[in-house]
Design a protein around this ligand. Sequence first.
Ligand code: ATP
Length: 315
Amino acid sequence: MDVVTFGETMVLFTPESTGLMRYAHTYTRKFGGSETNFAIGLARLGHSVGWISRVGNDELGKAMLSFVRGEGVDTSCVRLDPDAPTGLYFKEIRNASDVNVYYYRKGSAASRMTAADLDEAYLAQARYLFVSGITPALSESCREMVFEAIRMAKASGLTVVFDPNLRKKLWTEEQARETLLAIAAQSDIILPGLSEGTFLFGETDPVKLGERFLSLGAKIVVLKLGEKGAHYFTPEENLHIPGFHVEQMVDPVGAGDGFAAGFVSGLLDGLPLPEAVKRANAVGAIVTMVNGDVEGLPERSDLKRFVESPGEEVM
Ligand code: ATP
């Protein structure tokens, strides 16, 4: 196994119509979860990846499991919980630039995960552990699970990659700041967005932010900058890697997860850092061109074609 990740994936209902949710009658059913988006991104690029989670022992949980498994992600460590439902969320598209989400996830099967859901031998045979900042916000037992997973990963020599994935709806700002900084301080690689960095450190300058994250002890920090690409930092150097020009952005959600998949894929392939960040930028950009979180995730041939098409880079 190249990579293991864990966290909650929910059933996502997207309305066919725009306007207030109370008027939406017809929905498309999909699945949404940062960690499975990331895992599916890696699987499409040919890497072996496992996802640890709990889903309800219900029809939607079983549908989710076969979806993720069908995308080539190992789900042998996902448990069906007989006592709690699979979490749901609904999108409300008031207009193209005003999209809300409503969660029905409190008490969900995944929020009941504990450190006992982690199989140390399963983790130990991987090279990377991918941790998202959503999981510790789900419950106290999920918070404990995150720190236990990091402890196990470090004991077995895995590289810990952390995406803060700030979700302000799930916890207070103080709780979020304290926990996300504590996880960042135990991570080898941190992949924050600019706004997450500003939230955590009260700083807006990308270079100063990169240095603040590095001072926590990380070996690599890659700050995501939307269409401008990303800026990576190590204790020795830092460099801005420009993003790819996207003619028509359709749906930015999931770009960060695709970015993480592209970056870890680059590291697994032994690419130098600038090349790994370039691959991450490419996957993030490709994801924004397609509606949905995973629908746009590229296979190797798509990625190659996109990167080789001329005139695509913007400063
Ligand atoms: P998410 O909303 O998925 O959590 P994020 O806030 O973590 O995203 P972003 O900076 O929005 O991260 O996007 C991640 C990466 O995707 C960027 O660093 C960039 O490489 C790529 N990307 C995002 N938006 C665009 C865009 N409009 N054009 C080109 N590339 C983009």
